[in-house]
Design a protein around this ligand. Structure first.
Ligand code: RM4
Ligand code: MN
Length: 388
């Protein structure tokens, strides 16, 4: 197939960022199950992330979450990452776990609370400066639970004001990405509930502000690939938080629940130039591994994203365009399905071999003995969880 050499080079170029919190313990509000060998601090989380990169060759950056990954010396954390062969990726702010934020953070009616939240966001930009991170990822839990609780429009004004202050603080090489989520923890209104709200704020802010699409943050049935095509066309797609959902914000492994949806999304990305590193679209995982082993789950997720991307790259675009132009509904659909139904695992195995990697990343990881090593070594201390 004529697409293969280009597909291979695009697959070598697509980097997938893993989240520090995916290596810690997590669960639901019913129970957090502790696993053996889980990191006790951000340094150990980076060591685990480095294993995912070593096995896959395409996960060289790690998202941090502040304050979960707060350390005394960020230069030291950065040096530690680099010694392990990885780098610090996006800095994720957290304005949802402090008692002061009960009725909001940057949208709170009280200026004192807003100030505290904005100061936290500015602290995150300081951390970007010292870790070499080039992006701030903002997700706000802000919203209301009851009709009449607060003024919907006034909350948008407060949000815009906070965002403008943070935007003004960004350096030339830095950017912010604004994530949306339709509900939870707020149940009546959410201040950034959808891509349109995020897009409108980012548009006002300027070119250094873009939208994050977290695949788990939509109502069931939402056509996410439409959103992706639209945002790419506008130059406003900043990043993906990839994960799978069956019901709400399940944070399961990307490509596990609905690999066809992931393919459809990546088809829009590939077709519209989003895989070109110059487009600046970051591919990140935002997952929690509640019952499965964490490092292999991250490796599996990276592989799932690569498989969906590989299938997207195999779409015969000229045949697709010809069928579309001719109004050949079934023919156009068949072109897409042919690519989706291709077994791309041999192609990816070849790509990995060409990169000097084991063609089977999970076997590569198992062969290192790292899982046994961390279980033996990481005794004592407090395991990292969703909040530490
Ligand atoms: C949120 C959102 C953010 C992530 C946190 C942990 O629901 O998806 O991206 O940082 O969870
Ligand atoms: Mn997310």
């Amino acid at each position: 197939m004529s697409e293969i050499p280009a597909a291979k080079s695009a697959l070598r170029a697509q980097m997938i960022e893993t989240p520090s919190w995916g290596y810690g313990n997590s669960g639901t509000r019913f129970k957090v199950f502790a696993q053996q060998g889980v990191p006790r601090d951000p340094f150990e989380k980076l060591a685990d992330a480095a294993q995912v990169h070593a096995a896959t060759g395409v996960a060289p950056t790690v998202s941090l979450h502040i304050p979960w990954d707060r350390v005394a010396d960020y230069a030291e954390l950065r040096a530690h990452a680099e010694a392990l062969g990885v780098r610090i990726g996006m800095i994720n702010s957290n304005t949802f776990q402090d008692d002061d934020y009960r009725i909001g953070s940057v949208c709170h009616p009280d200026l004192k609370v807003r100030r505290k939240a904005i100061d936290h966001l500015l602290e995150c930009v300081d951390i970007m400066d010292s870790t070499g991170s080039n992006a701030l990822k903002l997700w706000f839990a802000d919203g209301t639970n009851y009709p009449g609780q607060d003024d919907i429009a006034a909350r948008q004004d407060r949000l815009a004001e906070a965002l403008a202050e943070v935007y003004a603080r960004l350096g030339d090489e830095q950017r912010l990405v604004l994530e949306y989520k339709l509900f939870e923890p707020a149940f009546y209104t959410t201040d950034v509930p959808d891509w349109g709200t995020s897009y409108a704020h980012c548009l006002k802010l300027g070119p250094k502000a873009k939208v994050v699409v977290d695949t788990g943050h939509h109502a069931p049935g939402t056509n996410i690939e439409f959103i992706v095509a639209f945002l790419l066309r506008e130059g406003k797609l900043g990043a993906f938080d990839l994960n799978s959902r069956f019901y709400a914000d399940d944070d399961l492994m990307a490509g596990a629940a609905d690999p066809f949806q992931l393919f459809r999304i990546l088809h829009e990305v590939a077709k519209n130039g989003g895989l070109d590193p110059a487009a600046g679209v970051a591919f990140m995982l935002d997952q929690c591994h509640n019952i499965e082993a964490k490092i292999p789950a991250a490796i599996r997720s990276v592989m799932n994203v690569q498989e969906a991307t590989a299938k997207a790259l195999l779409v015969d675009l000229s045949a697709l365009r010809a069928a579309q132009t001719a109004g050949d509904v079934l023919g156009a659909n068949a072109v897409l399905m042919d690519a989706y139904n291709t077994d791309v695992r041999p192609l990816l195995a070849e790509v990995r071999e060409e990169m000097g990697l084991n063609p089977d990343p999970l076997a590569a990881y198992r062969g290192t003995g790292y899982a046994e090593k961390i279980i033996a070594e990481r005794v004592g201390g407090t395991q990292a969880g969703w909040g530490a």
